[in-house]
Design a protein around this ligand. Sequence first.
Ligand SMILES: [Zn+2]
Ligand SMILES: [Zn+2]
Length: 169
Amino acid sequence: MIINVAQVRRDENGTAHFDLKEDFSAFESELEGITFVAPVHVQLQVNNTGDSLLVQGTIDAEVNAQCGRCLEPFHYMIHQDYEDEWVYAPQARSEQEETVLVFDKDEVELSERILEQIVLALPMRFICSSECKGLCPVCGVNHNLQSCDCDQDQVDPRLAALASWPRED
Ligand SMILES: [Zn+2]
Ligand SMILES: [Zn+2]
């Protein structure tokens, strides 16, 4: 994902708005078990402060994930705020280099920055719905779809591990 800041960079107090959609499937290997359903949508407001470009925006993405309770695949929506500071290389001070994005030409490559934010937005465990009833720890049926008459005390030890996962209600 590349944006051209030629204009806003040269105009002190300048602002620019960017609305970008890009296929991020090439990065799926960095995201365990997650695939993108649609292009990632990034909206950015870029303000030139004189010293740097201050960037504020939002990232919207939709991914395929597996529910940690019922194990069914579902679509998970990501909406993440993004704030960043981009500094033109000749103006960058050495202590800034760990926190800001240093760019050396008008085309700023921000895929890695966006990907970092997407990773931050992913939950520890995906839950398809707060109503999800999960799997029966005895027979393994999906309780969202089907009920069963199992005696919950007769737990298959393999499924018990699933049943004992903390619930985030
Ligand atoms: Zn579920
Ligand atoms: Zn059952």
